[in-house]
Design a protein. Structure first.
Length: 301
C-alpha cells in the first residue's frame, strides 16, 4: 500500500466515506418534502456559496471563472446538476443504501468511457474483469425491477446508474482542469450547476408555492450542501494532496456501507439477500479495478 497513506490520511478517507455516504441519507429525508429539482438547486447553491467563502481572495477565482465559464457549465451539468437530479428522483422510491450501491458503479463506467474517449487509459485484462464483475453486480441489483418481482420500480433503480455514467463522463471531461487549482474547479462547477438548476426549479416546481418543509428537511438540506458537498470537496482535495488521486479513489468502497448503516439505523431500511450479493459483486469489481490487492499478492508470492 502507498506509504503516503498514513494513519491520519486513512482517518480522513474514512471520514470522507461517512460524509459522502451520509449524502444519500440526507437526500432521502429531504426529498420526501422538497421536489428533486429544487433540492438539487438548494444543495448546489449553498455549497457554491460556501466554497466561494473558502476560496475568497485566493487562486484568482473570478478571472478563471470568466475565462472558462463554458467549460464549467459543461462540467457542472454532468458532474453536479444532472447526476444529483437523477439520484434524487430515484430516491423518491428507493432507499439511501440501495441508491449508494448503484451509484458506486461510477469507477466502472469511468474506466469504460475513458477507454473509448482517451488514448492513455485503455482497458487491461484486469480492468475488463473488474468491469464485468461490477456490471454483473449491477444486473443482480436491477434484475428484480426488470422482472417486476421487486419492491422498487425499474426506473428508480436505473436513475442512480445513469447518474454514475454521468459521473464517468465528468471524470474524463474533468481532465482538462488539471491546470486549475482543485478548490477553484469545485467552486466553478458548483456555481455553474446552480445556475443550470435555478430555471429548472422555477419552471417545474414553482418553489414559492410549495409548503414550508419541516425542520428535519431543512437540516438535511443544510447538511447535504455544507457537509456532504462543500466540506466533502475540501476534504477530498486534502486527501488527494497528501496521498494522490488513486488512494483518494478508495473512498468509493466506503460510501455504500456508510449510507446503508445510516439507512438501517435511522430510516428503517433493510437490504435483501440479492441486494447484498449485488453490493458484494460491485465491491469486488472495484477492488479488481483498483489493482493494488493483486499487486500486493504478487509482491508477497
Amino acid at each position: 500500500m502507498d506509504s503516503r497513506m498514513n494513519a491520519w490520511t486513512w482517518g480522513l478517507l474514512v471520514l470522507l466515506g461517512l460524509i459522502w455516504g451520509a449524502s444519500f441519507f440526507f437526500a432521502r429525508i429531504a426529498v420526501q418534502h422538497v421536489p428533486p429539482l429544487t433540492l438539487v438547486f438548494l444543495r448546489l447553491l449553498l455549497a457554491a456559496l460556501a466554497l466561494h467563502v473558502y476560496v475568497a481572495g485566493r487562486f484568482d477565482l473570478y478571472a478563471i471563472l470568466k475565462a472558462r465559464w463554458r467549460e464549467f457549465l459543461i462540467l457542472g451539468l454532468i458532474n453536479n446538476a444532472l447526476p444529483h437530479a437523477l439520484i434524487f428522483f430515484g430516491q423518491t422510491r428507493i432507499g439511501a443504501g440501495l441508491a449508494a450501491i448503484l451509484n458506486a458503479t461510477t469507477p466502472i463506467w469511468t474506466v469504460l468511457i475513458a477507454n473509448h474517449f482517451t488514448s492513455d487509459e485503455k482497458l487491461s485484462p484486469a480492468k475488463i474483469v473488474g468491469c464485468l464483475v461490477g456490471l454483473l453486480g449491477t444486473i443482480v441489483l436491477i434484475g428484480p425491477g426488470i422482472s417486476a418481482g421487486g419492491e422498487a420500480p425499474l426506473w428508480a433503480l436505473m436513475l442512480p446508474v445513469l447518474a454514475a455514467i454521468s459521473y464517468g463522463f465528468a471524470a474524463t471531461y474533468g481532465k482538462r482542469f488539471r491546470d486549475v487549482p482543485a478548490p477553484v474547479t469545485a467552486a466553478g462547477q458548483l456555481t455553474a450547476s446552480s445556475l443550470i438548476a435555478l430555471p429548472l426549479s422555477l419552471l417545474t416546481d414553482r418553489p414559492w408555492a410549495l409548503a414550508a418543509p419541516p425542520l428535519e428537511a431543512l437540516l438535511a438540506i443544510l447538511a447535504l450542501a455544507l457537509l456532504s458537498t462543500a466540506f466533502g470537496y475540501i476534504l477530498y482535495f486534502r486527501i488527494m494532496a497528501a496521498a494522490g488521486a488513486t488512494n483518494a479513489s478508495l473512498v468509493t468502497l466506503l460510501v455504500p456501507p456508510s449510507a446503508i448503516l445510516l439507512g438501517v439505523l435511522f430510516l428503517g431500511e433493510r437490504l435483501e439477500v440479492g441486494e447484498l450479493a449485488g453490493m458484494a459483486l460491485i465491491g469486488f469489481g472495484l477492488v479488481i479495478l483498483d489493482g493494488r490487492a493483486y499487486r500486493l499478492l504478487l509482491r508477497t508470492a
